[in-house]
Each structure stands twice: as structure tokens, then as C-alpha cells.
Design a protein around this ligand. Sequence first.
Ligand SMILES: [Zn+2]
Length: 265
Amino acid sequence: MEDTGDTSLLLGGEEVPPVREVNASGRSPFLLICDHYGRLIPRRLADLGVPAAELTRHIAWDIGIAGVAEALSGQLDAHLIAQRYSRLVIDCNRPPEVPSSIPHLSEATAIPGNEGLADDAVAARRQAIFQPYHRRIGEVIERRLREGVPTVLVSLHSFTPVYAGVARPWHVGTLYHRDTRLPPLLLELLRAEPGLVVGDNQPYAVSDATDYSIPVHGEARGLMNSGLEIRQDLIADPAGQRQWADRLARILGEIEATLRAQRLI
Ligand SMILES: [Zn+2]
């Protein structure tokens, strides 16, 4: 498959590109990424045949995380790379060859526009959305490494408080696999926050089969990395988003000081 990406295969000239970048010259060692930032659907896909009310639910995007990510980027002076199109079009945190990359069903909602796609329709989604996003993250990391800029990858997500009828007790969770440096620091400081129930690889853990961003951009390049998952009811409004951005900026600031003291960055 062509690896260069081509947004014209799926997006009209008036539609925004998939990659949104904030604070690209930010000086923080933290590189923030946000795979499920947006819920746009290319006009050509006619809402994938899904009723409008479903397209504002968590199945379409990570509710609340865009506001947290933008505020955190500003507070940390950190580069943020985010993806504006819905995970129902193509999930930017799934290996493209797995069935959940372009899901036929999300929680209990059928996605008719994803049924029976021809190979070229699948390729168009990859080339127009998945590839430009991941290519950009890769370019930014390569440039930082080349220039000797310390880089710690943080992947921002949010999770629904109730999934398939089961309530989740955690307020926030770390999400990691092979990195043994950043996740313990995050867990220690999150657990020190009053009243927080903190998940250690809950409600999700990272694996090569179910994730893309951390294995490919964090682990394969040897970067310190972790995902963060915030429960969506806590960041549903701007006040909650600000509160969580403040908290994470403070915690990541402390972690930066620790990593510098340990000469890990
Ligand atoms: Zn997510």
C-alpha cells in the first residue's frame, strides 16, 4: 500500500485535514498525542449511516479529552498532535489490519457505512486519515531525536463511565506496557491526589494487538511513554477539563523535575 497518505481520497477541499497541531514549537519534553480527539466524519461518508444522537456518544470519540489536551498543551508549553476525525471512520489507535480498525459494531451500535467495504475504500480511510496522523507523529519524534530534544510521549484518552452496563470505579488510569520509568511516577503522583481512584492499566491496558500509538511511537523508539485515561463524566464541561488540565500540568511538571534529576531527560 502507498505509504505517503492522500487526504483527497476521502476529504473534500473544504474539509479540515485530520491532523491538528498546537504549540508545535513548545519546549516541554512531553509530546502529547490524542488519537480520539475529534468526531468529524467526511461528508462523502454520509454519517456512516449512524443516527446523529449516536455520533455524539463515546463510541465516536473521547468525550472531553480535546479540551483537556488543548489546555494541558498550553500550560506545559508542550507540542500536541491530535486527530480530528471520528474513530468510527478509522480508529487511529488500532493496527490497521485488525477488524476494530474500521468497526462494524461499536458497543451496541451498528455502523452500516463500515459494512462490506471494498479494498479501495479501506485504503482511502487509511491514506486520508490514519497515515497522515501517524506520519506526522513519526516526523516530529524523529526531528526531536535528531536535535537531541528530550521526548516523553503521553497519549491522552477518556473512557465512558459505564460500558455495556458495567460501571467503572476509576477516575483516571494509566495505560502502558513496556515502559517501566514513566508509569510508576504517574501512578505514585495520581494516587497522592485526594479522593482519586486510580487504575493501573485500568480500564484498559496496552497491547500490540489492541493499540497502535504507544507500541509504534513510544516503545519501538525507546521513548518513555504512557497513556492516560480520564473518566468522561469528570471532563464533560469546560470547568472539569480545566481542573484536569491543571492537575496533570502540576503532576507532569513534578515528573519532569524528577526525570531531570535522574538524568533520564
Ligand atoms: Zn481514546
